[in-house]
Design a protein around this ligand. Structure first.
Ligand code: HEC
Length: 134
């Protein structure tokens, strides 16, 4: 039979329930992801460097066979596969290139400094080096 009679909850029970609810709320707050992450499909399966390349470099370079769009730059900058497989391409050389400015008034169409963080530079260089054919 369904019990219909009102049974007051004892004070201690109330406090325990409040504590339990607070713990649940805290858990929800900790596991809630920032709104921005919910709004985009980050394709997080790709390595960090490939994501940097797709977001920052792909407007000028072919960075991956699976890139969503061809570069807008005409003519495009050298493809990442071709850069990676040049004799003489080294991690140090790439890092130095990415951290310097190339454009000058006399050479306005060379690559701008992409102004990446150290982590992003390291990741995109890892990605470039991974394109070397062994
Ligand atoms: C606005 C267009 C543009 C963007 C964006 C761009 N590049 Fe470039 N990049 C170029 C052009 C043009 C060249 C060839 C001329 C030169 O060396 O500056 C080049 C050349 C390069 C080279 C070859 C340097 C060499 O030794 O010849 C590397 C490496 C490179 N880019 C990496 C990147 C990476 C990594 C990104 C993204 C973080 C990127 N580029 C974004 C235009 C761009």
């Amino acid at each position: 039979m369904i019990e219909t009679r009102y049974r007051p909850i004892r004070k201690t029970g109330n406090r325990r329930r409040a504590a339990a609810l607070a713990a649940i709320a805290a858990g929800v707050a900790l596991t809630a992801r920032p709104a921005i992450a919910a709004d985009i499909d980050t394709d997080a399966g790709r390595p960090a460097g490939e994501r940097v390349a797709l977001n920052v470099c792909a407007t000028c370079h072919v960075v991956a066979r699976r890139q969503p769009d061809p570069p807008l730059l005409r003519p495009p900058a050298p493809s990442f596969v071709s850069i990676a497989n040049r004799r003489g391409t080294t991690r140090e050389g790439l890092l130095a290139f990415l951290q310097s400015t190339h454009r000058t008034v006399k050479a306005p169409s060379t690559m701008p400094n992409p102004l990446l963080t150290d982590d992003q530079n390291a990741a995109v260089v890892d990605y470039l080096m991974s394109l070397k054919r062994r």
